[in-house]
Design a binder for this molecule. Structure first.
Ligand code: CDP
Length: 788
């Protein structure tokens, strides 16, 4: 099945490969990012950061800095304490320092801020500030954090250990029984390391407090402007910043990937500085600050087990995980999901019994947890189950594709209730895997592999058949800071039949200006070129929870369709009036109402729009507009099957991805070109942590990968050529049958790559390798296993 194209290219509704409307300004260098904005009298902020992972601050001497020409102020935790602004809440109900008053908790933590007339003066003044520290024993390893004699980090919360929370789901006893009765059990430790998104644009803001109006405008790199405004009002209401006095504007954003969801201390310090000084204050992170201090992702230490019959029917899954959250739990998860949506870990398989538990701990590292295009821990879940299926296949001596086919949730089982409580909306997993196998020539590859193995060559084939869960979310379960996770569209049709649509989401490069316009074009027949889309200004956009975790299409995309349908209903009434028939006598085709049986009697949406302001029916309000707040009835469950083929160089341990086929299914597609772009980007962001990226700390808590010299990102040179294809299984509950797609590929790709590498090395007894799979890691294995 493919998405039906119902509109001509002049209208460009769903299914058209419309070129992105926003690209012209990006390609001409006319994008407007925070750092492009310069306000009169603007000051610049730079931040003093801790060299220690854990230390007491004995003193801060700012005398030399304050004496420098151009330095306006130095702000410390003690200054903020006077206004009770030295701590702030995190999205997970924990607390985080804005600036410390006595202790620092990770290397690169904010210690003080300099405000100056010039960015370079601010940077020089940072160097001139003398901070005396008393180093304390750091807690770096999360397992060490749980030992009884480990230093307790959060004494401010009255804690007596470093344990944050325990979370579990599933039936422990039934799972236990299934394991006891199983023919075969496999168990594997899997570490999914700490990584960082490294989007092109770092984080930053301009806080502009106007003392005459008592109004604060913050231009900010945020994926969730409305939530930030509400949070600011809750935190700073007591100093006069109530919600109507705060305007958050999120201009163009150069990549977010979750890293621009949290409220970072830098934002709050810049706001405090602007309020205190009555001038605009700009703060833009440099690359190392971004890498060392902003929200990270993963850091899950997983022990996974599968139980199965000897012919390969999986009967139970058990997972125990230790999650390293850094010094505060600042993961940007929905409130009720401390471990995100990790419980999607039964994946694409019909597993009767499952039990999952996660324990979170504090360590002396930066806070965060989910910021890497990961749909709230779905990557961790997919990695665990997709690795375990291969571990089981190896143990059973069965082809991993065959094992997957034997265990897939079957198409006729949808809606499918998983053992861990999710109701999958739709899927056809065997079709996606079959398509990927046909595209790559799976059977032929296995034959080639057997021949080459006989010659001692290392070739591996890896599969990942993942299930995603996106579209947070239904208000009965999903909220952030108590605010339900709906999203919104406000649509207004102008007299000449052109439109403006505003949304509660915020694109960071996903192309919303194009795809939302296409949705409205699809529903109303107004050319997408004439639908102006706006997001990111809390003074004008309707309230929404923002863009992350591939939620925009499932929530705001649906809101766009619903708002357009409301407009169409009013348009129908006006059309009936204009054509002097009853509404029931009208039929709709994109952009036109026609009288049934008299197709030449018709009125276009443009004529109707004009009439809405000039000649509307008596008793009807003028105008043509609608608002919709969409509360999704369920999440959407995109899926896919990826197959990766690798060749390994025995001499160097270098893994070369020969081919990578990705078959994705995100239901109906709004813009196939944008979806392909999302998948290409997502695959590259799956390849990166699989092969290169890792935030590494030494035993003192020093970050060893604090710049791009050591934190490796793939360029076009390293990135494989992606071969993509699609199946279309519509979501039954989304108004357009669409599912989210932005994060699918990042979620699904790493396991395919690892499975391929392990497959290549499996004849030598290798069952697992933790990512990133560096040449050195592989080279060591080759030597340890006596392969060379
Ligand atoms: O929330 P975010 O925008 O990151 O993710 P998304 O909802 O998966 O959408 C990413 C981009 O792909 C948007 O421009 C969507 O409109 C587009 N998309 C699409 O064209 N068709 C789909 N079925 C899903 C997404």
């Amino acid at each position: 099945m493919e998405t039906e194209v119902r509109t001509p290219p002049t209208i460009c509704g769903m299914g058209h490969r419309m070129k992105r409307k926003e690209d012209a300004r990006f390609l001409f260098g006319k994008g407007r990012y925070v750092d492009d904005i310069k306000l009169p009298g603007m000051l610049y902020m730079d931040i003093v950061r801790s060299p220690f992972a854990h230390a007491r601050i004995k003193s801060i001497n700012a005398e030399r800095a304050l004496a420098m020409d151009g330095v306006v102020a130095v702000i410390t935790g003690k200054d903020l304490e006077k206004y009770n602004l030295h701590w702030m809440p995190t999205l997970m109900g924990d607390t985080q320092m804005v600036l410390p008053t006595d202790r620092v908790m990770y290397q690169a933590q904010e210690v003080a801020a300099v405000i100056a007339t010039d960015r370079y003066i601010a940077a020089d003044a940072v160097e001139a500030i003398e901070v005396e520290y008393e180093p304390l024993e750091p807690v770096v390893d999360p397992f060490r954090a749980l030992e009884p004699d480990a230093p307790v980090l959060r004494t401010d919360k009255g804690k007596t250990d470093n344990h944050i929370w325990h979370w579990e789901v599933g039936d422990r006893e039934a799972t236990e029984r299934a394991f006891q009765e199983a023919d075969v059990v496999v168990k594997q430790q899997i570490y999914i390391p700490r990584i960082h998104v490294a989007s092109i644009e770092t984080c930053g803001c301009i806080a502009d407090y106007n003392p005459a109006e008592g109004k604060l405008t913050v231009y900010m790199t945020t994926q969730a402007p409305h939530v930030v405004r509400t949070a600011l009002a809750l935190v700073a209401g007591h100093v006069g910043l109530s919600e109507e006095k705060i305007r958050v504007i999120s201009p163009d954003i150069g990549g977010g990937f979750g890293g621009k969801v949290p409220t970072y201390p830098g934002y709050v310090i810049a706001i405090a500085a602007s309020v205190l000084l009555g001038k605009p204050v700009k703060w833009i992170e440099d690359r190392s600050e971004n890498l060392q201090a902003d929200s990270f992702a993963r850091d899950y230490h997983i022990t996974a087990e599968l139980a199965a019959t000897k012919d390969g029917k999986i009967t139970a899954l058990r997972i125990k995980t230790l999650a390293d959250h850094g010094y505060t739990d600042a993961a940007a998860n929905p409130s009720k999901f401390p471990a995100g949506l990790f419980s999607i870990c039964t994946g694409s398989y019909d597993i009767k019994h499952a039990f999952v538990e996660v324990d979170a701990v504090y360590t002396n590292k930066p806070p965060g947890g989910v910021a890497y295009r990961c749909s709230f821990r779905v990557t961790e879940a997919v990695h665990a189950i997709e690795r375990m299926v291969d571990v089981l296949a190896q143990k059973l001596g069965m082809d991993p594709a065959e094992l997957r086919f034997r265990n897939f949730v079957q198409p006729d089982q949808f809606p499918y209730k998983s053992a861990l409580g999710w109701e999958y909306d739709s899927g056809n997993y065997p079709a996606a895997l079959r398509k990927a196998m046909d595209l790559i020539g799976y059977e032929e590859l296995r034959r080639e592999q057997a021949e080459r193995r006989a010659r001692g060559e290392l070739i591996g084939i890896g599969i990942s058949s993942f299930t995603e869960i996106v579209g947070a979310g239904p208000s009965r379960h999903f909220d952030i800071l108590g605010i339900k996770m709906f999203d919104s569209c406000e649509l207004r049709i102008h007299p000449t039949g052109k439109a403006i649509a505003r949304f509660g989401t915020k694109s960071q490069g996903q192309g919303h200006e194009t795809t939302y316009a296409q949705i409205i074009a699809e529903e109303l027949g107004i050319p997408a070129a004439h639908v102006q889309v706006e997001e990111g200004d809390t003074d004008t956009a309707p309230y929404g929870l923002g863009t992350y975790a591939s939620r925009s299409t499932p929530t705001a995309g649906a809101a766009a369709a619903m708002a357009a349908r409301k407009v169409r209903e009013k348009a129908r009434k006006i059309a009936a009036y204009l054509l002097e028939v009853s509404e029931e006598d009208l039929e709709w085709e994109p952009g036109v109402f026609r009288v049934k049986g008299a197709p030449d009697k018709s009125v276009t949406i443009q004529e109707i729009a004009f009439a809405a302001y000039t000649n509307h029916p008596p008793g009807m309000e003028a105008g043509l507009e609608a608002v919709h707040y969409y509360d999704p009835p369920n999440l959407t469950f995109p899926f896919g099957s990826y197959i990766c083929v690798v060749d390994i160089d025995k001499g160097t341990g270098q893994v070369k991805i020969r081919r990578f086929v990705a078959v994705d299914d995100c239901g109906h597609v709004i813009n196939p070109m944008i979806v392909e772009g999302q998948i290409h980007g997502g695959l590259t962001m799956g390849f990166a942590p699989a092969m290169m990226e890792e935030l590494v700390y030494d035993e003192e808590g020093n970050i060893l990968t604090g710049s791009f010299m050591d934190y490796l990102l793939p360029t076009a040179v390293e990135t494989p050529r992606w071969e993509t294809a699609r199946t279309v299984t519509p979501s039954p509950h989304h108004p357009l049958g669409a599912k989210g797609v932005g994060e699918s590929a990042t979620v699904g790709a790493p396991a395919a790559i690892v499975n391929a590498v392990v497959d290549a090395l499996s004849p030598y007894g290798v069952t697992h390798i933790d990512i990133p799979i560096t040449p050195y890691k592989v080279w060591k294995i080759l030597h340890e296993k006596g392969v060379v």
